[in-house]
Design a protein around this ligand. Structure first.
Ligand code: CMP
Length: 139
């Protein structure tokens, strides 16, 4: 199978609660190679741009406020079947329904504060990676 790349963010709740280390450990132990990594804070404008696909939805304002409330960790990851395998590793959007052992089951506290993001397609992984990283920041 071809190696490909996905994009992730460890969200402000998981960063604030001290889960960066355990989450990165779980990601690398699951076979993902870190291609790019940074700790950064999203401005309200950044968050609105990144989540523009959700504009107009009832949870949009809450999502923007949350995602700009504190630092996040952005990363590009590489593995065979990266997008699908990463979404399996993080679990369902709502942690209440997430499988045991998934990152959201372990570290998320609610649907709004669900610890981690994973791109949902190869196309979106490329778009989201380019939003956060320049070519010279990827290895
Ligand atoms: P994620 O899929 O990473 O990116 C969009 C986020 O919006 C999603 O995680 C959830 O955290 C959030 N979200 C999705 N649906 C809802 C909802 N119904 N209520 C609150 N937040 C939501």
């Amino acid at each position: 199978m071809t190696r490909n790349r996905t994009f992730t963010m460890i969200k402000p709740d998981a960063v604030q609660n001290g889960h960066i280390g355990p989450i990165l450990e779980k990601i690398t132990a699951s076979g993902f190679k870190i291609i790019a990594l940074k700790l950064k804070k999203l401005s309200i404008e950044d968050a609105k741009k990144f989540y523009s696909v959700h504009e107009g939805k009832p949870f949009f304002e809450r999502l923007i406020k949350f995602m700009s409330s504190g630092p996040i960790v952005a990363a590009i990851l590489e593995k065979e079947n990266a997008v699908e395998d990463f979404r399996t590793l993080i679990g369902t959007t709502n942690p209440e329904n997430a499988a045991n052992g998934t990152i959201r089951k372990l570290y998320a506290t609610s649907l709004s504060c669900n610890a981690i993001h994973g791109a949902d397609s190869n196309e979106n992984a490329a778009i989201e990676s380019a939003f956060h990283f320049s070519d010279t920041e990827c290895f």
